[in-house]
Design a protein around this ligand. Structure first.
Ligand SMILES: [Zn+2]
Length: 248
């Protein structure tokens, strides 16, 4: 299956998706051409789901950057909190920049089914994001109680609470899983921006890239549809919206 065929499957659900490798290439080009920064001056953090498929399908060119620092837990929510963000901020090279990619993930199988992928060595599809799907199933069954967050399953319970706050919107959507993923994106975006606002960075630029990370079947690789991209210039405090630069 060639790249255009793979993209055609993913774009049934996410029309602006590109491969994560192409996205990473554009990011590296942007830093080089617009900001005069080399990959080894850029400290990279991701806030994506801990799912092993995200490691298997990790874009090769991201390895040219410093990092990644892992900010995320289940479905990409930045569970490392302000301590994690503060530690990460301290690791940036002098005169360097920070790049943060964040968002939930969702599978699209070769058959075009949303929320499912076929993993290496498996003949049956499995869920992606499994945590989001389980939280959605609990929402649909009325099993989520407001404020119920346990130490034993803290990350999952946090996702459940995020969905519970948008219950009607999710349950009445044409695709509840697609909608739940949008809701989780918004929660991640808000939290990342709050963490960034509360953190003292020692560099000039912070590139924030919010996206939906899309997993194909394992051998299809991964894709990304960017939702919002902003370049924060810490010398002026200005935020430059770059969303159109990274669209398909
Ligand atoms: Zn996941």
């Amino acid at each position: 299956m060639n790249k255009q065929e793979r993209l055609a499957i993913i774009r049934q659900h996410y029309p602006n998706a590109i491969t994560t490798n192409d996205l990473m290439e554009r990011v590296i080009d942007y830093f080089g051409q617009e900001l005069g920064l080399e990959p080894n001056q850029i400290l990279f953090a991701d806030s994506i789901c801990a799912d092993d498929v995200n490691s298997v399908q990790y874009p090769a060119r991201a390895r040219e950057l410093l990092g990644p620092f892992r900010l995320g837990g289940l479905d990409g929510f930045p569970f490392v909190g302000s301590t994690g963000m503060g530690a990460f901020a301290d690791h940036v090279p002098d005169e360097g920049a920070i790049f943060i990619y964040y968002g939930p993930h969702i599978g699209v199988s070769k058959a075009g089914t949303l929320g499912e992928i076929c993993r290496t060595g498996q003949h049956k599809p499995s869920g992606s994001c499994g945590a989001a799907k389980a939280a959605l199933a609990n929402l649909q069954a009325g099993r989520i109680m407001a404020g119920q967050v346990s130490e034993m399953d803290y990350q999952m319970n946090t996702l459940e609470q995020i969905l519970l706050r948008q219950k009607d919107r999710i349950l009445t959507a044409i695709s509840p899983l697609h909608e739940a993923t949008e809701v989780i994106y918004k929660a991640i975006d808000a939290r990342i921006r709050q963490l960034v606002a509360d953190t003292a960075f020692r560099c000039r630029y912070v590139l924030l890239m919010g996206a939906i990370l899309i997993n194909g079947d394992t051998d299809m690789g991964s894709f990304s549809t960017t939702k919002q991209v902003d370049l924060l210039d810490l010398s002026t405090g200005n935020m430059l919206n770059l969303s159109t630069v990274f669209e398909a």
